[in-house]
Design a protein around this ligand. Structure first.
Ligand SMILES: [Zn+2]
Ligand SMILES: [Zn+2]
Length: 386
């Protein structure tokens, strides 16, 4: 059984109610205006200093006293362009929009923690950041540009995690989530009649070979002891069954941890895509957009998080999660201040609440919300104590 403070317990039902409200009204990146309004409403009267419009639709709620350290607790606001398939009474009411990553829960936990912390005598300052646009749209960069990290000594963030059972907290020093870069390859050929391929240069065949050859990057070029992913997630070309199109566009993602490896990937991809395409009479144009760096938890902040987590769920429920090749823009903050990103175990297989994040059937056990809220409170206090 987790140890919950009386002020967290007192808010538990309100936190769940806020999560369910947000779950029914998911909003996409930079459009989280209703969500932000609900946060402001929830925080109203708690004595927090609330700054809105941070990085677009973000909010910073501050409490505590200046002069000591400043700890930033970060949660994220946005939903995803997914049609929810679950049948919970609080399922999304917006077609094609869903909180399928659990950010509704993050907002609720962050708002609860802000209220609780405002009622405590803090030995420093705490900012709770409600960040817009985590899902690949640069929300963290927008917050940094707006000065959200100025004066911050240390950053803590949480993510509900269906890879871990309810009642656990996942704390790991060092590498946790991968750097994410976006890949776009356009294979240019020469379109023509599907029955007369000799008069065309077929970009569909060339693109197919490029996709296949890209698989050798990780399997043959990267050391088996290093981690990397190259995934082509989208192929578009052609409209008709009997026409060879002019071009085919491939979209993909590149994941890695090692900085040198990361920097080498665009040239390697260019070499393969261009070499293969030219061999087949086509031409490839490769663009790689640098995304978020890897999430590498600071060992000292991870130790603070581990101590706080132990107080909440007990030492035997504090687990070290496997690093993931998923990405998180939390990493952007770690370039400004040392930090730790912590997973809040939220799976309950017996209740069917163990679908993966971003699944149209994603949902989590709401008992995780009070645990995550308590963890945020304990971690902030621990960080100000340390
Ligand atoms: Zn996500
Ligand atoms: Zn997420």
């Amino acid at each position: 059984m987790p140890t919950l403070s009386s002020d967290v317990l007192a808010l538990r039902d309100d936190i769940i109610a806020l999560r369910r409200d947000l779950h029914q009204h998911p909003e996409l990146a930079y459009a989280e205006t209703r969500t932000a309004g609900k946060v402001v409403e929830f925080l109203n009267g708690a004595g927090l200093e609330v700054r809105t419009g941070v990085g677009g639709t973000g909010i910073i709620a501050s409490t505590g006293r200046p002069g000591g350290r400043t700890v930033l607790l970060r949660v994220d606001l946005d939903g995803l362009p997914i049609q929810e398939q679950g049948d919970a009474p609080y399922a999304s009411r917006v077609p094609g929009r869903m909180h399928a990553c659990g950010h509704d829960g993050h907002v609720a936990m962050g708002a609860g923690a802000a209220r609780v912390l405002a009622g405590r005598g803090l030995n420093g300052a705490v900012r709770v950041l409600f960040q817009p646009a985590e899902e690949g749209e640069g929300g963290a960069q927008a917050v940094v540009r707006d000065g959200g990290l100025e004066g911050v000594d240390l950053v803590l963030g949480i993510h509900l995690w269906n890879e871990l059972p309810l009642g656990t907290l996942g704390v790991k020093p060092g590498p946790l989530m991968a750097a994410v870069d976006r890949l776009r390859i356009v294979v240019h050929g020469r379109g023509g009649h599907g029955g007369m391929p000799q008069r065309a240069a077929d970009p569909v065949v060339a693109a197919a070979h490029v996709v296949t050859a890209l698989q050798t990057l990780v399997s043959r070029e990267v050391s088996p002891l290093q981690s990397a992913v190259v995934t082509v997630g989208s192929i578009h070309g052609g409209e008709a069954f009997n026409v060879i199109p002019d071009e085919v566009t491939l979209l993909g993602t590149i994941r890695s941890y090692d900085l040198e490896l990361r920097r080498s990937m665009p040239d390697r991809i260019r070499r393969i895509a261009s070499g293969i395409s030219e061999g087949l009479g086509c031409r490839a144009v490769v663009e790689v957009d640098a995304g978020n760096p890897a999430v590498i938890n600071d060992p000292l902040v991870a130790e603070i998080a581990r101590r706080a987590a132990t107080r909440v769920v007990g030492a035997d429920k504090v687990v070290e999660p496997e690093p993931s090749m998923g990405g998180e823009d939390m990493a952007v903050y770690f370039e400004k201040a040392p930090g730790c990103f912590v997973f809040v175990g939220s799976a309950n297989a017996a209740r069917g609440l163990n679908q993966s994040h971003h699944s149209p059937r994603f949902d989590f056990d709401e008992d995780a919300l009070a645990i995550g809220c308590e963890f945020l409170v304990q971690a902030a206090e621990e960080a100000l104590r340390a």
